[in-house]
Design a binder for this molecule. Structure first.
Ligand SMILES: [Zn+2]
Ligand SMILES: [Zn+2]
Length: 342
């Protein structure tokens, strides 16, 4: 099969690689669409922990089941699925307490195992979610980033009526804005890029600005700040503008080297809460159902997909924040690939 392979940090090329075959509890998916996100850039740049090269990136995808292992009974070839890309052991102390995204031996498709920028990808069958019929064509790869938002909402807790600031309105930020608004928050958006900022009202933002001062209504700070930019400067700004008793959620992926200065006295005396949230935990099914409600205008996030051969290009577009969510079309169909998988 054809696949985009990162052979070493900084080097990505489309190559012929062997077709994968499923173990007893696995399924092989013929990928139809795969979104590119910041994590794929970290894998390309060599600054994502625990990646061993060569690796095929890509973890936001949908496709058709074309092969199943001998123990798989709940999936049939031909099913249209999106896949929770987390890898977890099920037996470590974190998995046993239900925190599979914090697995001590965990990883993910597209980072520690081959991902979906390929014609075929092998996955745990139990982590395939049949795409609800109400989800329009082309939206299913965004179930994965939306499931990260749903998990973040689990971490944040109730937001009804809260004055909320989201920093950064790229794809993940806009999904966060839309979900917070559906959950009853009063959401303002800080985003420097005017094109991205302009999309936020369609997701329910009540105010947008490129400069925080423009959002100051004299009410004394925010009940909740969600950073979706991954920028240390933005996180420091959010922290400095919290109300007493407020929460800061770190949702964007910062560089592992980034540092933010925190005053323990400030956190103590103002009773601030700093919330980390990572990946997906029991949130994939709910994200699929949330998407099927049709309340999030996801067509605004995507343009025409690019072919696999233009993966390097797609990564650079993502790096330059060109467009919102860049996707690769693998163009696979069951008919074209079904015979290739045992
Ligand atoms: Zn992602
Ligand atoms: Zn584990």
């Amino acid at each position: 099969m054809r696949a985009a392979v990162v052979s070493a940090p900084g080097v990505v090329a489309v190559e012929d690689v062997p077709d994968p075959s499923p173990a007893d509890d696995e399924a092989v998916i013929a990928v139809s669409l795969c979104g590119i996100c910041g994590t794929d850039l970290h894998v390309l740049d060599g600054d994502y922990p625990a990646v061993s090269y060569p690796v095929i990136p890509g973890h936001e995808f949908s496709g058709t089941v074309v092969g199943i292992g001998s123990n798989v009974t709940h999936l049939r070839p031909g099913a249209q699925v999106a896949v929770d890309p987390m890898i977890f052991c099920g037996s470590c102390v974190q998995c046993r307490r239900g925190a599979t995204n914090l697995c001590l031996r965990g990883g993910g498709l597209g980072t520690t195992a081959d991902g979906a920028l390929a014609e075929l990808v092998v996955v745990k069958a139990a982590q395939c979610e049949v795409v609800p019929p109400d989800v329009p064509d082309g939206w299913a790869p965004m179930i994965e980033p939306l499931s990260c938002v749903v998990h973040a909402m689990d971490r944040i807790g109730p937001v009804l009526g809260e004055r909320t600031l989201v920093i950064g309105s790229g794809a993940a930020g806009l999904l966060m804005v839309g979900t917070l608004a559906l959950a009853g928050a009063r959401v303002a958006v800080l985003e420097r890029n005017p094109e991205r900022r302009a999309l936020a009202p369609a997701f329910g933002a009540v105010a947008t600005a490129g400069d925080l001062d423009e959002l100051d209504d004299g009410s004394g700070g925010w009940d909740l700040v969600v950073d979706a930019s991954g920028s240390a400067g933005a996180i420091a700004l959010g922290l400095a503008n919290l109300r007493r008793g407020a929460r800061l959620c770190i949702f964007g992926v910062a560089s592992p080297q980034a540092r933010v200065e925190i005053s323990p006295f400030d956190v103590f005396s103002r009773e601030l809460t700093i919330i980390g949230t990572t990946s997906v935990r029991n949130s994939f099914r709910r994200a699929a159902d949330l998407m099927a409600l049709g309340e999030l205008p996801l067509d605004l996030l995507v343009g025409d997909p690019l072919p696999l051969e233009r993966t390097a290009d797609a990564m650079e577009r993502t790096r330059r924040s060109q467009g919102i969510k860049t996707r690769i079309a693998l163009g696979a169909t069951e008919g074209a690939l079904g015979s290739r998988v045992a």
